[in-house]
Ligand binder design. Structure first.
Ligand SMILES: NC(=O)c1ccc[n+]([C@@H]2O[C@H](COP(=O)([O-])OP(=O)(O)OC[C@H]3O[C@@H](n4cnc5c(N)ncnc54)[C@H](OP(=O)(O)O)[C@@H]3O)[C@@H](O)[C@H]2O)c1
Length: 260
């Protein structure tokens, strides 16, 4: 199977490339800038402008669409219009399966980025290519970065009762690879990590792993956003779940010894 991976140089993209290569798929990887690698063919394509998109999908059996622009004011252009450009180009090229990675909670949690991801899911489902959507929960690195940036000025600031379910990107990559091999599902699947954690528990383990004494300064996120986040808008009961835990990520990253 020949597969185009968009956003292949990103955090999830790197895990996906490793997985698809080890599963023996022929991979074409796209990025906005020229990249080189011995084991995959890199092409340049920009979803915001459409440059290179027709060439990127040409000759592919499937497209695994990971590219996204959560920041920088380009989200609608890249995630919604760019996904439409990609779906139309893939349809014209005779691609047989478009797999889109989304996020658990895009249909519940009122965050502007999620609204665009939900719209992109709808673009994929209404498009000309048989499709699958996998909604994953947050990657542990995302939570780690969030805590580190919130603690930059002193205490870790957050709503104690928000629920999260970190999932290892390598396990998400394996799930996406299995979906490619199984073929189009025509519906949305969810996939989460092994544990649902309250924010204060996640912070406690994080502080311990980093040898940090920074206190948690609790705030209550107001309105519907806070209600959804505390009610489990970011978590899923779907089975199977990943195996690697938040503590596994922290042990790999900090080894339990650092003071930062
Ligand atoms: N982070 C999480 O916790 C999480 C959880 C569940 C699902 N997801 C989803 O998983 C996907 C990947 O997430 P990630 O954390 O790996 O993101 P990431 O590291 O930011 O990678 C996203 C990639 O999108 C590409 N991109 C941005 N603008 C583009 C454009 N105009 N045209 C083409 N490509 C463009 C970038 O590639 P170049 O710079 O190489 O062009 C970038 O490497 C996203 O769709 C995200 O919504 C993320």
């Amino acid at each position: 199977m020949r597969v185009l991976v968009t956003g292949a140089g990103g955090h999830l993209g790197r895990a996906v490339l490793a997985r698809l290569r080890s599963d023996g798929l022929t991979v074409r990887a796209s990025s906005r800038r020229p990249r080189a690698g011995a084991e995959v063919e890199w092409v340049v394509a920009d979803l915001a402008t459409g440059d290179g998109v027709d060439e990127a999908v040409s000759g592919m059996d499937a497209v695994l669409h990971l590219a996204s622009a959560p920041q920088g004011g380009q989200t609608y252009q890249v995630d919604v219009l760019g996904t439409r450009r990609l779906a139309l180009a893939a349809g014209a090229a005779g691609v047989g399966h478009l797999v889109y990675i989304s996020i658990v909670g895009v249909d519940r949690v009122p965050i502007p980025y999620y609204r665009h991801k939900l719209a992109a899911e709808q673009v994929v489902a209404a498009g000309p290519v048989p499709w699958s959507v996998l909604r994953a929960t947050q990657f542990p690195q995302f939570l780690d970065d969030l805590l580190a940036s919130s603690a930059r000025l002193g205490p870790v600031i957050g709503d104690r009762a928000v629920l999260a379910q970190p999932v290892d990107p390598g396990e998400v990559a394996a799930r996406l690879a299995a979906r490619l091999v199984a073929g189009p599902l025509g519906c949305i699947e969810e996939y989460g990590g092994p544990q649902v954690l309250r924010f204060d528990e996640a912070v406690r383990t994080w502080r311990r792993a980093r040898g940090s004494r920074r206190p948690l300064l609790p705030v209550r996120i107001p309105g519907r956003l806070g209600r959804e986040l505390r009610a489990g808008g970011l978590v899923t009961e779907a089975l199977p779940r990943g195996v690697r835990t938040w503590a596994d990520h922290l042990a790999d990253t900090y080894g339990g010894t650092g003071r930062r």
